[in-house]
Design a protein around this ligand. Structure first.
Ligand code: TRP
Length: 434
């Protein structure tokens, strides 16, 4: 079975796919609005410290876990000890729950690409957004369309589907981003946005910022759901994990910063507030696009960029389940994808209706959409990351395999993996569930 497993064509395709997984809505939609809500530059500083140091540990652990076991996540945990099988199962479960709300936002993006054909007719973007997300028919159709797009690439397999999508979409993403940044930086008073991002006001610092930064870092690096474990399991034996991990972290951070540089100068140039929350990209930005000549072209470029990033991340979420389903149940990828399409639709459709017909249907006082976000970001992802570090540190002893040259680095990594990161994940769980 293991010999039949697919693998990446080259180190470069693996890195591109892993960066494609990391760079997604988390960077362009979530990062700017979380930063806007948490005071700008100070948040950025905390975020950078966490992502460049602490997050390296679970990221390496997850990649290494996949690479050394060469199995999908359930099999990977099972190969350490058959009793750990159920811990592995948490990963595909988390995948299904994350995708169910991630794909709803993916659907919104498709709508925002299409509205550019009749852009001039919309005057009130805030009203438009709230009307749109209440329109049951539209949100269902777009959610399913986005799900279909991601499933389409995933079903075609590692080389023809996942690598192909990343090879096209990631360069497209980078080119559009460069154009939009150049545009944003030439707007009047653009420097105010840069000041907001890079001039920290330390009086604003608080504990909440650390939690928000850590949660964001885990989400944006795709840690705690088996996506990197599954991608890691397709690495051929001779590839260096620690170097790849740094490349992924640095690229992801680079793209998050670029997203900030693309968005904040425009917001400040138009005298708007950066703290409008989840609506930042869907309400504030379209308002700005409407003010500029040929704004619909800029707007279309922006949402195509967002769609490209969301598809490459969506694919990585699906791959966890496709690998688990096809390898455990011994069915073809296509069959696994069809099953997954059915299961995810069953959860994603009610999630997409959370702002409209199902807005009064609540779980733990939250709409279905918010509940899925909460249960994955505040519970399942930190829990999975905790379990991952404990197993990789105490049972797999990965430091001995990874850090053969520097004893000191190996020791530092081991302490982090066995004690520091698990303790922090427990804190995150405690605060999240309180
Ligand atoms: N990292 C992606 C983003 O920033 C989202 C994502 C993809 C993800 N795979 C994941 C999040 C696995 C958590 C777990 O948009």
């Amino acid at each position: 079975m293991e010999n039949n497993r697919p693998s990446w064509t080259s180190r470069c395709s693996f890195i591109l796919a892993a960066v494609g997984s990391a760079v997604g809505l988390g960077n362009i939609w979530r990062f700017p609005y979380i930063m806007g809500q948490n005071g700008g530059a100070v948040f950025l500083l905390i975020y950078l410290c966490l992502i460049l140091t602490l997050c390296f540990i679970p990221l390496v652990a997850e990649l290494a876990f996949g690479k050394f076991t060469k199995k999908e996540c359930i099999g990977a945990y099972e190969s350490v000890n058959p009793k750990f099988k159920f811990l592995g199962m948490l990963n595909p479960l988390t995948g299904i729950l994350i995708s169910s709300f991630y794909f709803v936002v993916g659907g919104w993006i498709i709508n925002y690409i299409l509205i550019n054909f009749s852009f001039s007719q919309i005057t009130d973007f805030s009203g438009y957004f709230s009307d749109f997300i209440q329109n049951s028919y539209a949100v269902c159709v777009y959610t399913l369309l986005f799900l279909f797009l991601c499933i389409f690439f995933t079903a075609r397999g590692i080389k023809k589907g996942i690598e192909f999508a990343n090879n096209i979409l990631m360069p497209l993403f980078a080119v559009i981003m460069v154009c939009l940044i150049s545009f944003s930086l030439t707007l009047p008073n653009a420097y105010l946005g840069l000041e907001y991002m890079f001039k920290p006001d330390f009086s604003k610092i608080n504990g909440q910022m650390f939690l928000a930064a850590l949660g964001q870092a885990l989400f944006t690096l795709s840690i705690g759901m088996g996506a990197l474990l599954t991608y890691g399991s397709y690495i051929k034996d001779d590839k260096g994990i620690t170097k790849s991990a740094y490349t992924i972290i640095l690229s992801d951070t680079f793209f998050a910063l670029m997203a900030g540089i693309m968005i904040f100068p425009a917001i400040f140039s138009f005298g708007l507030e950066p703290n409008s929350g989840a609506g930042l990209v869907f309400v504030t930005l379209p308002y700005i696009f409407a003010q500029i000549p040929n704004g619909n072209i800029v707007s279309a470029a922006f949402f195509i960029l967002l769609l490209a990033a969301a598809i490459t991340s969506g694919i990585s979420i699906l791959e966890v389940d496709v690998a688990a389903f096809s390898e455990r149940l011994k069915i073809s990828r296509k069959k696994a994808c069809t099953m997954l399409f059915g299961i995810i639709s069953l959860i994603a459709i009610p999630a997409s209706l959370s702002f409209g017909v199902l807005k009064d249907f609540t779980l733990l006082n939250k709409t279905i959409f918010d509940f899925l976000d909460f249960i994955t970001s505040s519970f399942l992802m930190p829990l999975n990351a905790f379990v991952l570090c404990i197993i990789a540190g105490w049972f797999l002893h990965i430091k001995g395999i990874l850090f053969t040259r520097s004893k000191f680095l190996g020791w530092l990594f081991d302490i982090g993996l066995k004690f520091v990161v698990p303790a922090i994940m427990l804190c995150l769980l405690y605060v999240g569930l309180k």
